[in-house]
Ligand binder design. Structure first.
Ligand code: ASP
Length: 343
């Protein structure tokens, strides 16, 4: 019954929670105690809505892995008491946070829906109101006593996406996020249409929450003319365990001997290099061209169609589990939470 549904709304900060200060006219985070004055429509829900606010509130550009652990722990503590969770978050790093939560929350069987907005709730033309209200509706959606969305998702501008498949690709448009390599989980129009075949199935196992993330990783974006000095420096950063290499097209890179030699030396010294494409959509296919066959021979790992955002979170999560290198690579090339399509 609707009246029994309980949703916990976690407000971390970001544009969505801003209103214009009456005196100064500038945008400041508003106190969630006044949320029902801001959005009176909330009163129309028959669900129990409870609120938790980060203190201090953060612009998501200041997010740290420790915040991801804080969020995961908060969900763990409240897991049995709530049917679903809505996280209000700045858009800038929402894809990273959503990806990290998907890995930290193993056996998740309830909805965790992140949303935010491009215009603050206090603005007349805000996109925050619709994003927020529909995110609550989705977090409460159930069928046969089981939640419809047992996943970490981003809901934004009428689209529900698996969070670890998203990227923020537009800094201005209301549809700021895309899921380039995975179809939408639901679309909201007059009705919310769930694409059930795209949604993970609940496994009804006990939630397991991981709390250790290790950030000894780096990202190298290739560009024509990249220098030996730059490559050499990046490959030899002390304590770096994994390097995400953003290559061209289907995973291609220069075939210069000096470049391949540098990669080989770094791999021999124990660095794991994983290949993702700079393209917004599509996958790495090492071996399709000669320019990627060489990488495969050297032992560069394929990231298939994973986004850099999801891979960043996934590697921090895997490093946090202290796995032996062979096991780490095995997990890296497996889809753990639907984050990539393994050919
Ligand atoms: N800088 C803001 C943030 O990510 C932008 C937003 O909320 O959309 O927190």
């Amino acid at each position: 019954m609707d009246s029994q549904i309980k949703i916990l709304i976690i407000y971390t900060g970001g544009t969505i929670g801003m209103i214009k200060d009456n005196l100064t006219g500038s945008l400041t985070p508003f106190d969630f105690k006044g949320i029902y004055d801001q959005i009176p429509e909330l009163n129309k829900f028959k669900y129990q809505l409870d609120f938790y606010s980060f203190n201090p509130l953060i612009d998501s550009s200041n997010i740290y892995p420790s915040h991801w652990v804080e969020l995961a722990t908060l969900i763990e503590k409240n897991y049995e008491n709530y049917d679903g969770f809505v996280i209000l978050h700045g858009t800038d790093t929402m894809s990273y946070t959503g990806s990290a939560l998907s890995f930290l929350l193993e056996n998740l069987n309830k909805p965790v829906i992140l949303t935010g907005s491009q215009l603050p709730l206090g603005e007349l033309r805000t996109d925050g109101r619709e994003n927020f209200l529909t995110a609550i509706e989705i977090a409460a959606a159930a069928e046969d006593n089981a939640p419809l969305i047992p996943e970490v998702c981003i809901y934004f501008e009428n689209a529900l996406m698996r969070a670890n498949r998203t990227i923020k690709y537009n800094a201005e448009n209301f549809n700021a996020f895309i899921s380039p390599n995975y179809p939408l989980l639901a679309e909201a129009g007059v009705y919310i249409k769930y694409n059930k075949n795209n949604i993970l199935k609940p496994n009804f196992k006990k939630l397991k929450v991981y709390k250790n993330l290790v950030n000894s990783i780096g990202i190298l974006k290739l560009f024509p003319g990249i220098s030996y000095e730059y490559i050499h420096y990046v490959l030899n950063i002390p304590k770096q365990q994994v390097l995400i290499m953003e290559t061209y097209g289907a995973g291609n890179a220069p075939t210069d001997n000096w470049f391949l030699e540098e990669l080989k030396m770094a791999i021999n010294k124990g660095l794991i290099i994983i290949n993702v494409t700079q393209c917004l959509a599509g996958a790495v296919n090492q071996g399709k061209y000669d320019t990627s066959f060489k990488l495969k021979e050297l032992g560069v790992v394929s990231g298939y169609d994973i986004t850099t955002e999801a891979l960043t979170a996934k590697i921090m999560f895997l490093l946090g589990r202290n796995l032996a290198q062979k096991e780490l690579i095995k997990e890296m090339i497996s889809s753990l939470r639907g984050e990539m399509t393994v050919e």
